[in-house]
Design a protein around this ligand. Sequence first.
Ligand SMILES: [Zn+2]
Length: 358
Amino acid sequence: MVDQPLPPTELIHLTYDGNFQLDTEATVLLCRVIDSAAPTNNGNNTNMNTADVDERTNNISINEHDDNDNQKEEKKVMRTNISIELQLDVTTMHPQGGGQPTDIGSITTIVGMNAFNNSNCEGSEGEEDVVSNSPPIAASIHKVTIDRTTGIVTHAGTISVLPDDDNNNINNKFPLNSRVKVSVHPQNRQLLSECHTAGHVVDAAMDKCGKLLKPTKGYHFLDGPYVEYHGSIDVQEREEFLSRLQLAYQELIDEDIPTNIQILSVDEAESLCNRLAQNFNMADFISSPTKTTDNKDGIDAGSGGVVRVVTVAGWNCPCGGTHVRSTGALKERGWGVKGLRCKKNVVRVRYGPKDETD
Ligand SMILES: [Zn+2]
């Protein structure tokens, strides 16, 4: 049997509304069991709160099979975490890339009438019954990646299984064409969106200070985010420039400027973003038009590649990340410019939330 190539995964976060959407229903296109021998302590790699589901399944197994406390303990210890990979038709999760870390969250089976995508499986009553009688299975997702060539997103995570689940049983936890709910961890997403958006505000603040340098790298991880530019700032000018940059940054946050996200043709995106400094290589951001036919801007996506242009603090930039609704959302955690480093024609602007040392 020859495997059919899977279609690219629809990335909900790319549209404006989708950028803020945390949950979606999706159809399972592939589920791979990566290992089935990992011992467990009921631990959880992602700090996700999937304990409610785990506890429910635990309780069911204990009530059915065990009568005394010793046996209960034994059952809990023997519970196993299995690593799996899931590919879906659509996801709300942001795959790691473009300097932004992966989303984490959960993928949970849907039980009952809507357990299967019925669009191409007429008469699958039997299958529906099997799933509808099972408790929901939750996979805790700790890493989401995208294959840039195929556009296919892979959700890597773990499920917790019982000792009497054999391999066959485990492989059927997320059957082909079954329906699942994808849920992004909301607090983690909020933090990552703030961190990423705060990086754009550095660009806007640099522009506001009259320093239009070519951005070369953005690192929007929480352990020390920064943006780098090609160029230099005179030694005697640096201290004064840093003060001006910090002030400009805070003004942009105080102005509470709304974020905009548009899917544009390459020409439109170039005229919007590439002004003055030719500061982006647009080719890095052109995506296949396959999944953008429903974009809200009326672009004929079939005529060529399209570019997602994000406007933060009035600054237009081709970008694939997730963002907060306006610069005012960066106020609560006190995001700001932390420092400046110039070395070998690279200007690095460190930024971050307010901390005890500020
Ligand atoms: Zn962005």
